[in-house]
Design a protein around this ligand. Sequence first.
Ligand SMILES: Nc1ncnc2c1ncn2[C@@H]1O[C@H](COP(=O)(O)OP(=O)(O)OP(=O)(O)O)[C@@H](O)[C@H]1O
Length: 210
Amino acid sequence: MPGLLIEAENISKEYNYTSIFQQLNGHFESDQSVAVLGDNGSGKSTLLQILSGMTEPTSGVVTWRYDDKKIPDYRWYEYLSYCSPHLYFDPRFTVDEIIRQFQRVKQFQNDLTHDDLIELMRFQPHRSKYINELSSGMNQRVRLVLTICADVPALFLDEPCSNLDQQGVDWYHELISTYGPGKLIFVASNDPREFDFCEKRLSLMDFKKH
Ligand SMILES: Nc1ncnc2c1ncn2[C@@H]1O[C@H](COP(=O)(O)OP(=O)(O)OP(=O)(O)O)[C@@H](O)[C@H]1O
């Protein structure tokens, strides 16, 4: 099977001896979008962190393959981009400087230029502003463009519409429909406006200890 394949086998996670979820299995591949659902505290962000290699499961195994070739876990980061309202940019830099930093470590799809990225953010009047001068919704626009437009096979989107108004939510859908096809997309969410396009649903409530 060409493209990316992520497999989770019997994943369980505990924090401080408290079970978050148990025995989760999943098979996820390119051109799929997966909504990770569940109550507050059910482990949605934790699952995204485990699948992307940021956090170790307490037991179980996650495997990544690209074009049938196993990818060692220390290289997964090359194949993914990750957006979370908890990831912050350094406030001492401007939007232009942040974009330049990202361009040094990530390719963007369709050869998007620096100016194209500004345009996609709708940031022409704000490009010279420092990150700490932006509202939380504007910060989220920067995060989403840099994540969704990256030329990588896997997108991890944790609460992607945090701090966005309705216009921002419509804008997010446009970004996903232009730059999402072909990618494997995970959306951790409780808000249908964030995951309504996902064809696959994974509820963490099915993996709770009884
Ligand atoms: N690093 C950590 N150390 C200890 N406990 C943690 C840690 N990270 C998460 N937890 C706990 O794990 C549980 C799941 O947290 P997580 O953030 O994954 O849930 P969530 O479903 O994303 O929640 P929300 O919908 O509120 O964002 C929570 O009880 C949380 O307190």
